[in-house]
Design a protein around this ligand. Structure first.
Ligand code: CAA
Length: 290
């Protein structure tokens, strides 16, 4: 008997993009027992990411006194230099550049590589899943899975249903996310989903507060850490997310919604124009030394 879609479980995972998010997501999937193929067109970046994931997994095995797990993890993590290495995967999660046309052309290429019922998931933090899927021949299999940085630590994943994503895909993804020991929440395909929709105005307001000279960067961050028990203050968190990523999201969300709370501060625009993008460039609201 041919199994129905809902009976089909995920066995093998593909991750495209070996940056911070892709590497973190791949690590989470390997730790949950999946066989994972991670792919990137940048082969040097892929090599570095593979080494980083292996080092993190070794650290995990050491910390949890499970040295014997390391062989399993190593066998289950494959660095695939070609897109065709993803052909046997049941779900592919992309974490590539946050540009609509890049994600659309990747998904079109993937549709020719993976099986017909494989799920194509985007880790987009701000683009419309419906628009990404509009370039695909099987939009019912396209979904958003929005992880948070650092993915191995943060327990939440937003699961975004595009206009044409079918319920079977959503159900399979929710089950998969639960098997990663993460908490999935189902979210409509709206600008910022739930989390970015709520936190971005706060980050923006912190920048306005600094720009207006109301308090120092340290005091603004301490104020929120100590009053709200947030692990990071809003300016440090903005650096951690990446100021270019934030600006890109705010500009498109402001254009879409017209909400003043999403209109990027002059300070943010100036810093991005000067190339100060936060942790990744060594300078944002704070300085970072490797
Ligand atoms: N990858 C894997 N593990 C990591 C990690 C990473 N990049 N960074 C930290 N960790 C782990 C550490 O290994 C450590 O694990 P153990 O306890 O098992 O040793 C643990 O996290 C704590 O790390 P540290 O002791 O080094 O540092 P910390 O206690 O200051 O925590 C932090 C660091 C987890 C990043 C914490 O500051 C935090 O939670 N910050 C808030 C992060 C946040 O808000 N993320 C969401 C950003 S928004 C987003 O991602 C969405 C978007 O669309 C923009």
């Amino acid at each position: 008997m041919t199994p129905t879609h809902t009976e089909q479980t995920v066995k093998q995972v593909g991750v495209v993009g070996s940056g911070i998010m892709g590497s973190g997501i791949a690590q989470v999937c390997v730790q949950a027992g999946y066989r994972v193929v991670i792919h990137d067109i940048d082969t040097a970046g892929l090599k570095q990411s593979y080494a980083k994931i292996i080092a993190n997994l070794e650290k995990w095995c050491h910390k949890h006194d499970q040295a014997e797990q390391m062989d399993v993890f190593t066998n289950n993590l494959i660095a695939g230099a070609a897109l065709t290495d993803l052909q046997d995967t049941d779900i592919v999660i992309e974490a590539v550049t946050e540009r609509l046309e890049v994600k659309q052309s990747l998904f079109c290429a993937l549709e020719n590589v993976v099986r017909e019922n494989a799920i194509l998931a985007s880790n987009t933090s701000g683009l419309s899943v419906t628009e990404i899927a509009s370039a695909c021949t099987r939009p019912q299999r396209v979904v958003g899975t929005h992880f948070f940085n650092p993915a191995p630590v943060m327990p939440l994943v937003e699961v975004i249903q595009g206009e044409k994503t079918d319920d079977d895909t959503i159900n399979r993804v929710v089950t998969f996310i639960e098997r990663l020991n993460k908490k999935p929440i189902k979210v409509k395909d709206v600008s910022g989903f739930v989390v970015n929709r709520i936190i971005t105005p706060m980050l923006n307001e912190a920048m306005h507060t600094l720009e207006a000279g109301i308090a120092s960067r340290e005091d603004i961050d301490e104020a929120i850490k100590l009053s709200m028990r947030h692990p990071m203050g809003p300016l440090a968190l903005s650096d951690y997310i990446g100021l270019d990523t934030l600006l890109y999201f705010m500009e498109s969300a402001y254009q879409e919604t017209g909400k003043e709370s999403l209109k990027p501060s002059h300070l943010l625009k100036k810093m991005v124009a000067e190339g100060h993008l936060g942790v990744k460039t060594g300078k944002g609201f704070y300085e970072y030394y490797k």
